[in-house]
Design a protein around this ligand. Structure first.
Ligand SMILES: Nc1ncnc2c1ncn2[C@@H]1O[C@H](COP(=O)(O)OP(=O)(O)O)[C@@H](O)[C@H]1O
Ligand SMILES: [Mg+2]
Length: 328
C-alpha cells in the first residue's frame, strides 16, 4: 500500500516566557532565563497508508494537538520531517491545504456571523470546487449529517452538536485526501457523536479518505478506526491494531462482590482490590494469572459472600490503566 504520510523524528518544543511584569519583575528578569522550555512532542515517527483511519489518543497534554498542528502545517516543527504525498505541510501551503481538511473541536473554522450555507459557498470559492461537485457534496452532507434544520442559521446561533456537524461538512467539502480531526466529538451528546462517527466511517470507506482522529471517547475509535496510535508525554507508546489492544486485555475481568458481613478490607493475592464500601468490593484480575475458579474458592474460604457479578473490563478502563502506567 502507498504510504501517504511519513513522519520522522518529529519534535516540538514550546518556549514559555517566564518574564515578570512591573519594575520588581523587570529587575528579577535580569537574573532568570527568558524562557522555560516545554517538550510537547519528543521525536515521534510513524507512517500512514492511503485510506487508513487512525485513532490518535493520549491523556491531556500528551502532544496530540501539537502533532495535528504540525501535520496540518499550522505549526513548524523544531526537528524532524513530515512528508505528505510528497509535500511538506509548511512549504507550498496552497497546494498542501487543497489536499487536507482540518477540524478542531475547540475552535470553529466557520464564519461566526454567516449562515452555514454561506460559509460553505465561501469555501467553494476558496478551494475552487467545481459547482456540480459542490452541489452534490452539499446535498450528500446535508443528508448524512442532518444539516437541513439549521443550514440557513448563523453559526453563532447553533448548538455545539450542530456547529460540529457543520464544521465537519465544511472540512470535507473540497474532498481532501486526508482529514485531521482534533477532538471533534468533545462535549457532544450520544446522538450527535453517533452521526459524526457514521459520517466519518462512511466517507473513509466510500472515498478512501485518510482519517486521523483524536478523541477521548474510545467508542469513536472502535466504530471508525482500525489502527490506534497512543501518545504519552510526547512519545508514541503504542502503534498497532485497535483489536490487538482489546485482545491483549481480553483476559482481564472485573468482579464486584457484595459480602454478607462488613469487611474493612479484604486480602487476596495477585488481584487489584478497590473498596466500594464495607460490604462491596471491586476486584480486578487477569484470568491467566488468577483463574476464576481459584479466586472464587479463595474468597469463599475467607469471607461470607452474598452476591457477585463478573464482567469484562471495558476499553475505557484499559486505556486509563495504560495512561496511568505509561505502558501496555
Ligand atoms: N502554545 C503553547 N505554548 C506553550 N505550551 C504549550 C502550547 N500548546 C501546548 N503546550 C503544552 O504542550 C504539551 C502538549 O500539548 P497538546 O499538544 O495540546 O496536548 P494534547 O492535545 O494531547 O492535550 C502540554 O504540556 C501543553 O501544556
Ligand atoms: Mg489537544
Amino acid at each position: 500500500m502507498d504510504k501517504l504520510i511519513k513522519v520522522e523524528n518529529l519534535k516540538k518544543v514550546y518556549k514559555i516566557s517566564e518574564r515578570k511584569r512591573g519594575l520588581p519583575g523587570k529587575i528579577a528578569n535580569l537574573f532568570v532565563p527568558k524562557f522555560k522550555k516545554k517538550v510537547a512532542v519528543d521525536g515521534i515517527s510513524f507512517t500512514i497508508n492511503e485510506g487508513e483511519a487512525v485513532g490518535f489518543i493520549g491523556p491531556n497534554g500528551a502532544g496530540k494537538s501539537t502533532t495535528i498542528k504540525m501535520l496540518s502545517g499550522i505549526l513548524y516543527p523544531d526537528e524532524g520531517t513530515i512528508d505528505v504525498n510528497g509535500l511538506s505541510p509548511y512549504k507550498n501551503r496552497t497546494k498542501y491545504v487543497a489536499n487536507i481538511g482540518v477540524v478542531f473541536g475547540q475552535k470553529s473554522q466557520l464564519q461566526w456571523d454567516l449562515p452555514v450555507i454561506d460559509s460553505f459557498e465561501l469555501l467553494r470559492r476558496i478551494y475552487s470546487i467545481p459547482k456540480a461537485d459542490y452541489e452534490s457534496r452539499v446535498n450528500q452532507f446535508r443528508e448524512l449529517l442532518d444539516l437541513d434544520s439549521f443550514i440557513k442559521q448563523p453559526v453563532r446561533q447553533l448548538s455545539l452538536g450542530q456547529r460540529m456537524r457543520a464544521d465537519i461538512a465544511a472540512a470535507f467539502l473540497h474532498s481532501p485526501k486526508i482529514i485531521f480531526l482534533d477532538e471533534p466529538t468533545i462535549g457532544l451528546d450520544v446522538v450527535a457523536k453517533e452521526k459524526i462517527r457514521n459520517f466519518i466511517r462512511y466517507i473513509n470507506k466510500e472515498t478512501n479518505t485518510t482519517i486521523i482522529f483524536t478523541t477521548h471517547d474510545m467508542k469513536d475509535i472502535s466504530e471508525t478506526c482500525d489502527r490506534l496510535i497512543i501518545i504519552d508525554k510526547g512519545h508514541i507508546i503504542y502503534d498497532g491494531k485497535f483489536d490487538e489492544i482489546v485482545n491483549k486485555f481480553s483476559s482481564e475481568r472485573c468482579m464486584v462482590i457484595e459480602f454478607a458481613n462488613k469487611y474493612e478490607s479484604i486480602d487476596i493475592d495477585n488481584v487489584d482490590i478497590k473498596d466500594i464500601n464495607e460490604y462491596k468490593k471491586e476486584i480486578r484480575f487477569n484470568t491467566n494469572i488468577k483463574p476464576i475458579k481459584e479466586l472464587i474458592n479463595e474468597i469463599n474460604n475467607k469471607y461470607e459472600v452474598k452476591d457477585f457479578t463478573v464482567n469484562e473490563v471495558d476499553i475505557d478502563d484499559i486505556v486509563i490503566k495504560i495512561y496511568e502506567t505509561g505502558e501496555i
